[in-house]
Design a protein around this ligand. Structure first.
Ligand code: 6GU
Length: 258
């Protein structure tokens, strides 16, 4: 990570799964302070935009020096990502792709942005984490690190990754744990039935129902079999593959001209 606010990363990297992933040698995270690459005595990292306008931009020189320095510090070629609200929106598929890269450099922007030439010369991919504006790229970089790290081999069990929301374009089914009855709210009977086939069917239908109600857009890319489709049509879903057979009309009878 390249940032002007190194301390922002301390919390997220030193708790829970990200902490464990580092201890296990799966994640090797280095936080670099862009300010240390500024050459003047005030360590200036911002400047006014050419053409005028509100706000300041991050200067080229410190950022370029930082990128070049950390790129050359390692043999593995780095995939350079710039976090910016005008980037591509992060998805599970992008997280998956990033998890295959041997090395990532995440550049956290601040102020009104960075000089366009940095983007042209060094950046391979520009990512946003959603349609809202943050004060800087740090929180977005942490979101990327978190989403990518949990996909690395050995960080999380394969079982946990298999049926989770967004892994296969369906949201998760609801989960319950003890007690069986809490404040008059009971766990669905089927989950306590011991009938594994019935449980699997109930969970599948819960996933379909939730996705249809909350994220119908995701159904376009989900792997749905004919049972899934029939169930969804029962909920009112318009199945793009389902053609109502037009009522058969009898062939028009040609009457020979008189
Ligand atoms: Cl990557 N940066 C900023 N500043 N705001 C954002 C963002 C990134 N993604 C969504 N909002």
């Amino acid at each position: 990570m390249l940032t002007l606010f190194t301390a922002m990363f301390d919390g997220p990297l030193n708790e829970s799964i990200l902490k464990r992933a580092q201890a296990a040698g799966r994640l090797d995270a280095h936080i670099h302070d862009i300010r240390t690459y500024a050459s003047d005595k005030h360590h200036t990292c911002d400047d006014a935009p050419f053409g005028g306008g509100a706000g300041m931009l991050m200067k080229i020189a410190p950022l370029a020096a930082a990128i070049e320095d950390i790129s050359s510090a390692d043999a593995a070629p780095a995939h350079v990502v710039f976090l910016t609200p005008d980037g591509t929106t992060l998805t599970q598929a992008i997280a998956q792709e990033l998890s295959t890269k041997p090395r990532l450099i995440l550049i956290c922007g601040h102020y009104e942005g960075i000089d366009e030439r940095i983007r042209q010369h060094y950046v391979h991919q520009e990512l946003s984490i959603g349609d809202y504006v943050l004060t800087g790229g740090e929180l977005a970089a942490m979101v990327v690190i978190d989403a990518v790290t949990r996909l690395l081999d050995g960080v999380i069990s394969a079982d946990s990754l298999a049926e989770e929301s967004h892994s296969d374009s369906l949201l998760e089914y609801p989960h319950y744990t003890r007690p069986a009855v809490w404040n008059d709210a009971a766990v669905p009977d089927v989950l306590r039935s011991g009938n594994h086939a019935a449980i699997a069917l109930w969970r599948r239908q819960q996933r379909l129902t939730r996705t249809y109600e909350r994220r119908p857009d995701m159904l376009a890319t989900a792997q749905l079999d004919k049972h899934d489709r029939a169930f969804l049509r029962g909920l009112g879903w318009h199945d793009p593959l389902w053609c109502e057979q037009p009522p058969r009309r009898s062939k028009p009878v040609r009457t020979p001209d008189a």
